[in-house]
Every structure is written in C-alpha cells, then in structure tokens.
Ligand binder design. Structure first.
Ligand code: NAD
Length: 282
C-alpha cells in the first residue's frame, strides 16, 4: 500500500506520517513548507516540496500512484481567512480540488480529509454538537472546509470515491506552532516559559474542545483501516473556557504571573464542543 499525505510537514500531518511509517507503510508527502517545518519531515518518507494549487502535482500522483490520500495541507488560520478570504479560498478550496481531481484521475481508493468541527457549525444550538447539527460557518475558513465536504460527497456520488471527513475540534500537542495566531495551548505555554504575560482575546469565557494530537492521529489511522465513509467529529465532548485553560496551564507550569485581556477576534463562535460518539461507535 502507498499513501500520500498533503501537509505532511505540518503539526498534525507530520504525526500522521510518523504513524504510517511506524506501520511500515510507504508514504510520500506534498508540502510547500509555508507553515510546515523541514525538521518535522520523517526521513523515511518521500518528500515533494510543492504547492497543492500547482497543476504540476499531477506528476507526483503519476509517479507515486497512492492508494489513499490524507489531505491535511491548508491555510489553517481562521483569522487569516477573515483578513484575506480570496487567499483562503485559493488554497483551501481550489488547492483542495486540485488534489481531489488528481485522486479521481489516478484512481485513489479513499480520501481522508482534515475538516473542522470548530469552524463549520457556527454558534451551536446544542452542546456537544453531533454531525447533523446545522452548519453555519462564521469564517471564510469554515465555509471553505464545509464546501470541500460537499465536493467530496459529489465525488463519492458521481465517481464512487470513498472519503472520510474528520471534523477536528481544537488540536493541541507537540509541534504545535506557538508563533502563529492559532493554537492557544502552545501560545500560553511558550509565553509563560518566556516570562511574558499571556493575553486572552476577549473576556476569556469562550469555550473550546481541546483534543490531543495523538488522538487525532489515531482517528486518522482508524479512518484508513476501517470500512467507513462520511463525516465524523473528532473531539472529547469536554468544554473548556480560555480562562479555565489558562488556569490549568498556569498551575501545571507553576507560572507566578497573571494574564491580561485584549480585544475579542471576529470569525470565531463563542462556545464550541463536539459529540464524537459516532466516530467512537464506527
Ligand atoms: P499546519 O499549518 O501545521 O499544517 C498545514 C500544512 O500544510 C503545513 O505543513 C503547510 O506548510 C502546508 N501547506 C499550507 N498551504 C499549502 C499549500 N498551498 N501547498 C502545500 N502545502 C501547504 O496546521 P495543522 O494544525 O497541522 O492543520 C492540519 C490540517 O488540520 C489543516 O487542514 C487544518 O485546517 C486542519 N485542522 C486543524 C485544527 C487544529 O486545531 N490545528 C483544527 C481543525 C482542522
């Protein structure tokens, strides 16, 4: 079996690659290293530095002929999508379609897509949200993720390509980038380590469902190994406020200082927590 992982130099994608290599599976990576890092790349994987929007990636599909594609590459910042929706759509919609089209042309047997449970439901009506919950994205990033789920369903219906879209909640863990705008666990932790005062955007009452990256990797491996298709939430069902998260990290780290509050950011719902019982059952 051969696998292709787009975004395989990133926080989550690189750890999916590590798990595949550990299983002795031949794995190739496409990544343009825009946010991904060379040091994340498993030396046993074949690495192609390429952009998912580039028409020339068909040559990589031609050469590798993957059986399964994990599509993790994305412009992964909600805030950048709000600042520049066209850039977000260019990468997250047009780039993703370029990958999916190549999957069709080269007979890929399954596509496993990194969707977002934190960005596509919008302000939730029920807590935790199950998959049939209404989808009302509050950001271009969420709208793009949802549109790719629709494209994947179209490719399944019309071309018979199975897919699994994993709607991740808020993923944390090793290799998470503390320098970007996203990833509050990594941001707070590194600010405390540097002795800087952590800034909470807004009142800190916003809640999220924080899921450990190794659990997200396990969900991806299960999606590959099981005869499943469709959309699945991947989260813990536990809701933690930003203030609560700050207290947990402060206590664990023995940080003696305090936090400050800045203005709230747009494009983000107030409460977010996912019901992942379907993934657990299947
Ligand atoms: P990341 O930024 O670490 O990984 C994304 C990877 O894609 C990077 O290695 C980057 O270099 C690469 N990439 C970006 N644009 C590219 C392009 N045009 N061509 C080729 N490669 C490109 O982010 P991550 O947190 O590991 O996210 C992985 C996936 O999971 C993304 O699709 C993201 O939207 C999704 N996701 C993440 C979270 C989270 O909490 N981290 C939550 C929900 C969904």
């Amino acid at each position: 079996m051969k696998i292709l992982v787009t975004g395989g130099a990133g926080f989550i994608g690189s750890q999916i690659v590590d798990a595949l290599i550990e299983k002795g599976i031949r794995t190739a990576i496409i990544d343009n290293l825009s946010t991904g890092k060379k040091e994340n790349i498993n030396p046993k994987a074949t690495f192609y530095q390429a952009d998912i929007r580039d028409k020339a990636i068909k040559e990589i599909f031609e050469k590798e002929r993957p059986d399964i594609v994990f599509h993790e590459a994305a412009q992964a910042s909600v805030r950048l999508s709000v600042a520049d929706p066209c850039m977000d759509a260019d990468i997250n919609i047009v780039g993703s379609l370029n990958i999916i089209e190549n999957c069709r042309v080269y007979g890929v047997k399954k596509i496993i897509f990194a969707s977002s449970g934190g960005a596509i439901y919008g302000e939730q009506e029920s807590f935790p949200a199950p998959e049939p919950h209404p989808t009302r994205p509050l950001s271009p990033y969420g709208a793009a993720k949802l549109s790719i789920e629709h494209y994947l369903e179209y490719y399944r219906l019309v071309f018979g390509i199975p897919y699994v879209a994993l709607r991740y909640s808020n993923v944390y863990g090793p290799r998470q980038d503390p320098f970007g705008e996203a990833g509050v666990v990594a941001i707070f932790t590194s600010q405390m380590l540097r002795g800087e005062t952590p800034t909470v955007n807004g009142d800190g009452g916003k809640t999220r469902d924080y899921v450990f990256v190794k659990d997200v990797v396990a969900a991806n491996i299960a999606a590959m190994e099981k005869e499943v298709s469709g959309v699945f939430n991947i989260g813990t069902g536990k809701e933690t406020s930003v203030n609560g998260l700050y207290e947990i990290i402060k206590n664990k780290a023995g940080y003696p200082g305090d936090k400050k509050h800045g203005p709230a950011k747009t494009g983000e719902q107030y409460r977010s927590v996912l019901d992942a019982s379907l993934a657990k059952k299947d």
